[in-house]
Design a protein around this ligand. Structure first.
Ligand code: SF4
Ligand code: SF4
Length: 155
């Protein structure tokens, strides 16, 4: 009886559409909340390095000097720690798998060169910051001077 059932199943499967897909040529629609791969919105990233410090497999590298953020997708275990810990919310767990590769390559994202408007905006902010620091220092010096004059009068 067992052999009969098995034979029937085998015959059926010969004419049935296969259950498996020829990935990556064919893919299924991704399910909600699929742990696919990590992507960084580098424009928002401040290169603070928190994600690299928290990643349990050490697969993220942040190079402030080169303004680059690197991930080794082959070492990533899709735990989402980096996504949770990023203070800028610029990391996303994409709900699809990365394309298969024939060699182990890392993915490097580099900050784009700022545009002329962005450069002007950065210069303006830097000027504002310098002015705020100068004003705070002047106010502190004035407070200390007033304190000293009050102490001299009291003597
Ligand atoms: S934690 Fe976020 S902001 Fe900081 S380096 Fe990582 S991705 Fe960039
Ligand atoms: S998902 Fe986990 S393992 Fe992958 S990069 Fe983020 S912290 Fe590291």
């Amino acid at each position: 009886m067992g052999y009969f059932k098995l034979g029937k199943m085998t015959l059926k499967s010969l004419f049935k559409k296969p259950e498996t897909l020829r990935y990556p040529y064919e893919t299924r629609p991704s399910v909600d909340d699929l742990k696919g791969h990590i992507e960084n919105d580098i424009i928002e990233c401040t290169l603070c390095g928190i994600c690299a410090k928290r990643c349990p497999t050490g697969c993220i590298e942040v190079d402030k000097a080169a303004e680059s953020w690197t991930i080794d997708p082959f070492d990533c275990i899709q735990c989402r720690t980096c996504v949770r810990e990023c203070p800028q919310n610029c990391l996303t767990m994409m709900p699809d798998y990365r394309k298969p590769a024939t060699s182990k390559v890392v993915s490097i994202t580099t900050k784009p060169e700022p545009t002329e408007e962005e450069k002007a905006e950065m210069a303006r902010k830097e000027e504002e910051r310098a002015a705020r620091i100068k004003a705070a220092m002047e106010a502190k010096a004035a407070r200390e001077k007033a304190k000293q004059e009050a102490a001299d009068k009291a003597e």
